[in-house]
Ligand binder design. Sequence first.
Ligand code: CA
Length: 222
Amino acid sequence: MRILLVEDDNQLSNAMSAALREDDYVVDIAASKKAALAALDAAGYDLVVLDIGLPDGTGFDIVHTLRRRDSGVPVLILTARDAIEDKVRGLDLGADDYLVKPIALKELAARVRALVRRGRCGSSPTLRAGGLELDTVGRQAFHQGHPVPLTAREWGALEYLAARTGRIVSKEQLLQTLCGWDHDVTINAVEMTVHRLRTKVEPYGVNIRTVRGLGYMLERDE
Ligand code: CA
């Protein structure tokens, strides 16, 4: 799960991103409206956490842009304590929830969980791959009710591939999914992850095919 955190206060964004990463989310930080829009163009996000007051514009502009593009990505806005009208305006524009500053990190984590869950409701919270059931809310694979242990990266790769069963996924797409831009993850690491994942899930009838020069594909069940 990948979150875009838009906040120009470095101290606050560092604290928030650390808390979210602890919950295994991949977090990208944008400190301006321009950086946020560029990030949204470049990658797919499961949630946007959005400060209203930005140096080159407002969070409202970003919500507006997202909704005009018919993006259904959940948006959590961060507002100042005394700005009730910000809250109303943000929700009117299509934000899903708000948090009032100063932010309590535990509350942030709880709101994020709820929004991500809600965002998933449109799609199925459970994906299937071979003989495995993937619980996308609890981020855990099961075989006949028994958990199959995977690392966070392996899970991320499996979830991404399973959501695109029968379609080719490039190594670059997996790289984007598995790492925040501030992490030093290489194509080699992606290959290693898929290699290890494959040995773990093959016994359950999950086939991840290498498509030469293009990437990987999780094959449909026969
Ligand atoms: Ca601000």
